[in-house]
Write a protein that binds this ligand. Structure first.
Ligand code: SAM
Length: 284
């Protein structure tokens, strides 16, 4: 008989998503957030932070491949990569696979996320000990502010724009990221769901802020089953290279399950309603 235990994320005032729980694995209050891990019938083991769903072992590949490989393939030599947040380790696992990546630094504010992901989500948190990986427990905002001309690629794999992650969505932060990037650098950030009016406002503001700083700014989409509405956006800003000019034949995708050379370009093809609200960005 199946359990009667459910875990629910309140995605908006009017929208809940619930997962039937096989087993509660762990729960604690860290210095930064409430953390829980559960095993669910549909998506297997899942991580929640502050009661919001972060990742699950059955569909994490979509988000982690899409936040990394689009930019990794856009930069011809992404030797030095920084990941901000990403304490589950999924983005790091993808980045270290790239043959031209020499160093992948992960700056996570909450050590407990890393420790628990290693223990309960080993398929995702598998690269913390990789020879290319450098793990720092620190505030990503401060880390970036103290760096100049250092990284080829900066990936912002953050929680939602509340609590410690709020500053990771600000114009000042994007300016600091620009300074921390080398002269041909790229940044990519997860930027919530284009379906939700409150997120649309955020996406427009982020795109407007990025366009004031970077010469090239694009939005791309992926289908992430467990995130609010399932349609998820990523904002990519670049000093030099355009993801749409990448030669399909040169794209690499080692052991990926969602990302491939066709998805690389197709992810930038936006539905009309998204194109329409992006046209309003100039007015922001
Ligand atoms: N993919 C996830 C999502 O969108 O739901 C996010 C993955 S990851 C678990 C997000 C991480 O960002 C969390 O572990 C959180 O502790 C970390 N984080 C939040 N604010 C941060 C900051 N200012 N500096 C570094 N890490 C931060």
């Amino acid at each position: 008989m199946k359990s009667d235990l459910w875990i629910t994320e309140q995605q908006t005032e009017d929208l809940l998503i619930s997962f039937r729980v096989k087993e509660k694995l762990h729960e604690e209050k860290t210095d930064f957030q409430h953390l829980s891990l559960v095993d669910t019938y549909t998506y297997g083991r899942m991580l929640f932070l502050d009661h919001c769903v972060m990742t699950s072992i059955k569909e994490e590949f979509v988000y982690h491949e899409m936040i990394t490989w689009v930019a990794l393939n856009t930069h011809p030599c992404p030797q030095n990569v920084l990941i901000i947040g990403g304490g589950d380790g999924g983005a790091l696992r993808e980045v270290v696979k790239h043959p031209r990546v020499k160093s992948a630094t992960l700056v996570e504010i909450d050590e407990r996320v890393i420790i628990n992901s290693q223990k309960y989500l080993p398929e995702i948190g598998s690269a913390f000990e990789h020879p290319k990986a450098k793990v720092l427990i620190a505030d990503g905002i401060k880390h970036v502010q103290e760096r100049q001309n250092e990284y080829n690629l900066i990936i912002i794999d953050s929680t939602d724009p509340i609590g410690p992650a709020e500053g990771l969505f600000s114009a000042d932060f994007y300016q600091a990221v620009y300074q921390a990037l080398r002269e041909d650098g790229i940044m990519v950030a997860q930027t919530e769901s284009p379906f939700l009016p409150k997120d649309r406002k955020l996406i427009k503001r982020i795109q407007a802020d990025l366009r004031k700083i970077y010469s090239l700014v694009r939005l791309y989409l992926a289908y992430v089953p467990i995130y609010p509405t399932g349609m998820w956006s990523f904002s990519l800003a670049s000093k030099k290279y355009d993801p749409l000019k990448v030669n399909k034949q040169e794209i690499i995708a080692p052991a990926t399950r969602y990302y491939n050379s066709a998805i690389h370009h197709a992810a930038f093809v936006l539905p009309s309603f998204v194109q329409e609200f992006l046209q309003e960005v100039e007015k922001c």
